[in-house]
Unconditional design. Structure first.
Length: 157
């Protein structure tokens, strides 16, 4: 499994009035909405537009199962920030995403997400379950080839 993917995406975001709370700084849940959009943009940059990815691989999405963030400096209405996103590790059916939000070249927020490659459950269509990430998907984010174990797992499903 790859621990050093190389593909990164940069996305500029202008902070809007509606992103801010009464203290006139970005209300913290808005950062998570920004980061979700940045994950989608990262996949698109890898050639995996969401609609086509869902259809081609028979998944229902890449839901987040864990998230944590460090808020180091505020962002305010009118600020133009840049988010740098990358997948830092693949783990069979899950992967880790790191987002770094810079405001005037200063790291303002750092976020770590764990997401899963998910499909409808084979036992109960009302539920979802993780499934191995195809080797060809992992390869789009790294020059490295996935391990034999990861490639074997992705071929079983």
């Amino acid at each position: 499994m790859s621990k050093n993917p190389r593909l990164t995406n940069r996305k500029s975001i202008v902070i809007e009035w509606g992103d801010c709370d009464p203290a006139r700084i970005v209300h913290f849940p808005r950062y998570f909405a920004f980061f979700d959009a940045c994950t989608t943009a990262l996949f698109k940059k890898a050639g995996l537009a969401k609609r086509e990815m869902l259809q081609k691989y028979g998944i229902i999405g890449i839901p987040m199962v864990d998230v944590r963030a460090s808020f180091r400096a505020p962002s305010r209405f009118g600020d133009e920030v840049e988010v740098v996103s990358e997948i830092t590790e693949f783990r069979g059916s899950s992967f880790l995403v790191r987002h770094q939000l810079f405001n005037q070249d200063n790291l303002a927020v750092e976020c770590f997400e764990t997401r899963v490659w998910a499909r409808a459950s084979l036992k109960n269509s009302e539920k979802i379950e993780s499934t191995p990430i195809p080797a060809e998907v992992m390869a789009k984010f790294s020059d490295r080839r996935p391990s034999r174990k990861a490639a074997r797992s992705s071929n079983e499903h």
